[in-house]
Design a protein around this ligand. Structure first.
Ligand SMILES: [Zn+2]
Length: 133
């Protein structure tokens, strides 16, 4: 934060438009949404709400070998930092959070894609990672 005169409570008070639970849900929904042009398998959420790892999203190998890659978008939301201009307003905070959410989502899909590329190369070398079948 660039305003040392503000306490955390002051800053949280400037966040009327941000519902952290809704944000967490949005992150999870985004993670569960179809991968679009990327050829990732449909992800699952392997843990229930009361599980310590609730919110984990898992992509499993399409070839059924048992390998999977986990991400936890909710944990990322809880640990994120935002960068704001010195004279920021509540709107700046909202914009920064939206931009950051999109960035995080993209970075997460890239990590998943990289993990799959690496997995297919090492465990299924005869298989192309972009093979749709
Ligand atoms: Zn595999």
């Amino acid at each position: 934060m660039t305003r040392p005169d503000l306490t955390d409570e002051d800053i949280l008070g400037m966040l009327p438009a941000v519902d952290w639970n809704a944000m967490l849900r949005a992150a999870q929904e985004a993670a569960a949404s179809p991968p679009g042009p990327r050829r990732l398998p449909e992800p699952t959420t392997p843990y229930g709400l009361r599980h310590p790892q609730a919110g984990t999203v898992r992509w499993s190998c399409k070839l059924g070998c048992g390998w999977s890659h986990d991400e936890n978008p909710g944990a990322e939301v809880a640990s994120m930092r935002i960068v704001l201009p010195a004279d920021f307003t509540g709107r700046d905070i909202g914009d920064a959070l939206s931009a950051q959410a999109a960035e995080r989502h993209e970075a997460m899909l890239q990590r998943v894609e990289d993990a799959f590329t690496e997995h297919y190369a090492s465990a299924h070398p005869a298989r192309q990672s972009d093979d749709p079948t």
